[in-house]
Design a protein around this ligand. Structure first.
Ligand code: NAD
Ligand code: DAU
Length: 361
């Protein structure tokens, strides 16, 4: 039975990936999820799988070399899928250090531990071992608003935020391990994900949550910035396909040709909420476009991201399956049906975060 070590599996994409993998492989695989449980990690995301015999959770920091080496020593790990990271751009602008710590040093710890466990005496690697580093399209910088330029795997790196600089650094480390040691790895650079279990510091769940409680909808600047949105299950599938069908040592961009301006997203959320909510739901009266408030822009705000997913389509046969109209409805319905989840994650520390990030904006 193949054993996966997933880092950051209690976060948004990691937990969706674990669900996807158990749906697809059921008892054919074993997953060990290592997560520090920062503010973004939530074991409630994994309630459905926590009692499986082929699932283990280990609470550990990826920067803790001893803890990570112990996991490799005690288990014959076949695949690493490395999600764990500080992931929010706004937080990186306020407090960059932890991004360097986790995203760069943590990745170095993961690479070293996997290399030590997988390397043969002659410097080759044991058959079938693979490391997948989950990264972002933000490493490529920003595109003009021309509707025709795209990020390709060959686009030079040009990160702007401390978050994207730390992810670019971690990508470079993975590339260095592949070039220097022939370490068996892949890198995926994906566009903006949306779907269930996303922490409401990110645009889509933040707007859903605020609209339902009648709070302002803080659109940065004019709201004209463009992101390329991908339903999270499609990302999970892409990661699995890259590990199974991709060529080792290659980078694959994952994205859905689904560009939207932020203001469009906010309008779609309000319209969808008004369409889905029954008239007798007390939350419906809060929902209105009047809540939209244009606030101070993000510092160094990248204008446009857009992935050209040609390579992953042509070499691997991956294509996005969820149309945005369907995916956003599914996502909004999930948040409506999981009010308790939202209440739990927005109590306490979230309120302080929200206050520090948005008061005075
Ligand atoms: P997230 O913030 O929801 O989850 C991150 C997870 O990592 C959390 O469970 C957290 O507890 C864990 N973590 C953080 N620091 C850790 C540490 N030091 N040790 C162990 N665990 C730690 O993030 P996400 O949105 O799910 O993103 C996952 C990965 O995908 C990240 O590497 C991110 O850069 C990348 N990515 C995200 C998107 C997106 O749209 N969200 C798009 C492309 C790539
Ligand atoms: O492109 C992939 C990246 O997408 C990932 O690597 C990151 O981990 C992920 O957080 C995401 O980064 P963004 O900065 O694009 O996502 P965010 O949801 O923070 O913002 C999306 C857009 O919405 C961005 O242009 C900023 C804007 N925004 C965001 C928030 C939170 C607002 O206008 N108002 C807000 O309150």
């Amino acid at each position: 039975m193949r054993t996966y070590l997933v880092t950051g599996g209690a976060g948004f994409i990691g937990s969706n990936y674990i669900h996807y993998m158990f749906r697809k492989y059921d008892n054919e695989i074993r997953i060990i999820n290592v997560d520090k449980l920062t503010y973004a990690g939530n074991l409630e995301n994994l309630k459905d799988v926590e009692n499986r015999d082929n699932y283990t959770f280990v609470r550990a920091d990826i920067c803790d070399k001893d803890a990570i080496e112990k996991i490799f020593a005690e288990n014959d790990i076949d695949r690493v899928v490395h999600f764990a990271a500080e992931s929010h751009v706004d937080r990186s602008i306020k407090n960059p250090e932890v991004f360097v710590q986790t995203n760069v040093l943590g990745t170095a710890v993961m690479l070293n531990a996997a290399k030590a466990a997988w390397e043969n005496a002659d410097g080759t690697f044991k058959e079938g071992k693979k490391f997948l580093h989950v990264s972002t399209d933000e490493v490529y910088g920003s595109l003009p608003d021309d509707g025709e330029s795209y990020f390709y795997e060959t686009t030079p790196y040009s990160p702007h935020s401390p978050y994207s600089a730390s992810k670019a650094s971690s990508d470079m480390l993975v590339k260095a391990y592949m070039d220097t040691y022939h370490f068996p790895a892949n890198i995926t650079n994906c566009s903006n994900n949306y779907g269930p279990f996303q922490f409401p510091e990110k645009l889509i769940p933040l707007m859903i949550n605020n609209a339902l409680s009648g709070k302002d909808l803080p659109v940065y600047g004019e709201g004209k910035n463009i992101r390329d949105w991908l339903y999270v299950d499609d990302h999970a599938k892409g990661i699995d396909m890259v590990q199974e069908k991709g060529k080792l040592f290659e980078t694959y961009n994952i994205g859905g040709h689904n560009e939207k301006r932020n203001i469009e997203i906010v309008n779609i959320i309000i319209e969808t909420l008004l369409e889905i909510l029954p008239d007798d739901d007390p939350r419906k009266k809060n929902v209105s476009k009047d809540l939209i408030k244009h606030v101070e822009d993000r510092k160094g705000h990248d204008l446009r991201y857009a992935i050209a997913p040609d390579k992953i389509r042509e070499e691997i046969g991956w294509e996005p399956e969820t149309m945005f109209a369907e995916g956003i409805k599914k996502t909004i319905k999930w948040y409506l049906e999981n009010e308790e989840w939202m209440k739990n994650v927005t109590s306490g520390a979230y309120e302080k975060y929200y206050e520090s990030m948005y008061s005075g904006r």
